[in-house]
Write a protein of this length. Structure first.
Lengths: 180, 391
């Protein structure tokens, strides 16, 4: 799956949503890598992943997409596109992706409402879902987490160190990853 | 009743139901433009004399049986699927007829994918909605009343090389026709009747309170629950009661239509895991976990679970928590009744699960896709807590 470069005939509203989705996926992928390098809870979750597992998230049919790969005890953000992932989280359209990535509904609710589908192993999808929940703990404000998660997590103890590190380094990392 | 923000519902299966429904099998093949059937079944069905009844249904018709595969194992596997898919091609069959329970039906679904897509590699279809081609005509004749596989859009098939269970969900793999004939379930022994009936009840109840519930699945769940509660004990007490058998076949079908579209939750996650780790039969595992799973979700879904109280014979208490708890108690009472009637296990210990396997079951359970649709979050610790209670 590679993003269509086309923009002719698209409304400005659609273009705005596509930009937000693309940026959100970049932020999610970049944060996933950073949190996975610092958060023992996420590392414990990733321990069950086989080396090289590649997971993508994107918008059908050819919208923005990003992928991460398990390497050693963490994941690396691979950049845009699906990078031949064996597990894919796919939003059926741009509006669905926008709704989820802007924190209006949670991922479980998105699947319940058929806004997204999984291509690949469901048990691996559950592992990815839990990993993403741990990333979102640091990325999303509590107000949004209360609305999107069944059991909203709270930052405590060492979490604040990880959160501070993420907030201090996220912007430069986003700039570095922008062209990936 | 709540209307969700958004929902989808799909079930195009033609239902052919009632006395002598089986006799319409050749006619239904004709309607689908099929001439030569490959029958997929198992040794239990053969031993019960049910295959002979299917063969007899072809008498005097211009449709024929091209081949019979009667060695379906309890768990469908890609090896078996590919073996039978070859038979389908060699014998120039043009439609599939599954006769049996969930395993025969899932095996037939797998064969249909392999034959249609022209590849033995089912791994590439794991996940949701990956099949695009129209499938071969497919008719299902259930011989148990529980799985509802005759109307579900999912198949679970073991990948023998990787030793994983592949879950394939697609609107394309739904059968064209489900034939419910009471004669096909009368031979089920009481214990299996009880467990499969509780399987149907679990589908209906979980579909009613889990996250994908919708008005269509709700109405199906309510009808299914009513049929189970009115007929399961009768079917266990007297297997030859064809009215009760037909009612239970309908209950399983309605619950299947419901949960195929609204999915299930933690009860199924635990049952799948207990089946995978300790080979506890699926229906029995659901029966054991159902009261605990419903109780676990009361803090999130008391009002919705409480709506079921009158169906379970409880007087509405005017308090959602009490009504929901009455549902849990009624399920426990039903399990106890079934235990007294036929010896159905009601705890994991009675089902032969060693206590030292509970942690392994919990770890598998949280990776089951059904956990995502459970209203309450489920961690390994939560799952372990439920398993200990059910032990």
């Amino acid at each position: 799956m590679s993003e269509s470069p086309g923009g002719a005939g698209l409304s400005s509203g659609y273009r705005v949503k596509r930009s937000v989705v693309r940026t959100s996926l970049l932020a999610l992928g970049t944060s996933f890598e950073m949190v996975s390098k610092n958060c023992p809870e996420l590392q414990a979750e990733l321990a069950a992943w086989e080396e090289g597992r590649t997971v993508a998230m994107g918008v059908l049919p050819d919208g923005p997409a990003m992928a991460v790969r398990k390497e050693s005890d963490h994941v690396n953000y691979l950049g845009q596109g699906d990078h031949h992932a064996t597990l894919k989280f796919l939003f059926k359209n741009m509006d669905s992706a926008f709704t989820v990535l802007t924190g209006q509904i949670g991922s479980d609710q998105a699947f319940a409402e058929h806004r997204a589908i999984v291509h690949g192993s469901l048990s691996e999808a559950m592992e990815m879902n839990r990993a993403l929940a741990l990333v979102q703990k640091y990325l999303m404000p509590g107000l949004i987490l209360n609305n999107t998660m069944k059991r909203p997590p709270k930052l405590s103890g060492q979490d604040w160190m990880i959160y501070t590190k993420l907030m201090l380094t996220l912007t430069p990392s986003l700039v570095m990853n922008w062209s990936k | 009743m709540t209307i969700p923000n958004y929902y989808e519902f799909f079930c195009p299966v033609k239902i052919v139901c009632g006395a002598q429904a089986l006799k319409n099998l050749p006619y239904e093949m004709d309607q689908l433009g099929a001439r030569r059937a490959l029958i997929v079944t198992d040794q239990g069905v053969v031993a019960a004399g049910l295959l002979k009844q299917v063969q007899a249904a072809f008498e005097g018709s211009d449709r024929e049986i091209g081949a019979i595969f009667d060695q379906t194992p309890p768990d469908s596997s890609d090896k078996v699927v590919n073996q039978v898919a070859k038979l389908f091609v060699e014998k120039k069959c043009d439609c599939l007829v599954a006769v049996g329970g969930g395993s025969s039906i899932d095996t037939a679904k797998g064969i249909n994918i392999v034959v249609t897509e022209g590849t033995p590699d089912l791994l590439q279809f794991q996940g949701a909605e990956r099949l695009k081609k129209p499938m071969k005509p497919f008719i299902v004749i259930p011989t148990t009343a529980g799985t509802g596989s005759e109307v579900t859009m999912a198949a679970v098939i073991t990948n023998t090389e990787k030793n994983i269970k592949m879950s394939i969900t697609s609107y394309k793999i739904l059968p064209n026709v489900a034939i419910l004939d009471p004669k096909m379930t009368v031979t089920m022994p009481p214990k299996i009747t009880a467990a499969t009936g509780m399987d149907a009840l679990t589908h209906a109840v979980e579909a009613y309170y889990c996250m994908q519930k919708n008005p269509v699945s709700d109405s199906l769940s309510i009808a299914a629950i009513k049929l189970v509660l009115e007929n399961l004990v009768k079917a266990v007490q007297n297997g030859n009661d064809e009215k009760a058998r037909l009612a239970m076949a309908n209950a399983a079908l309605l619950a299947g239509m419901s949960f195929s579209n609204s999915l299930v939750g933690v009860v199924h996650a635990l049952a799948h895991a207990a089946g995978g780790v300790c080979h506890v039969p699926h229906g029995l595992a659901n029966a054991i976990f159902l009261p605990w799973g419903v109780e676990y979700n009361i803090p999130k879904q008391a009002a919705i679970i409480g709506e079921l109280a009158p169906l379970f014979g409880a007087k509405p208490a005017g308090n959602a928590q009490k009504d929901a708890q009455a549902v849990v108690q009624a399920i426990r009472d039903l399990n106890a009744k079934l235990k007294s009637l036929c010896g159905m296990a009601t705890t994991l210990k009675e089902a032969g699960v060693p206590e030292d396997k509970l942690e392994a079951i919990a770890k598998v359970a949280v990776n089951d896709g059904t956990v995502a649709m459970n209203p309450e979050d489920v961690t390994v610790q939560d799952a372990l807590g439920l398993l200990k209670k059910a032990f």
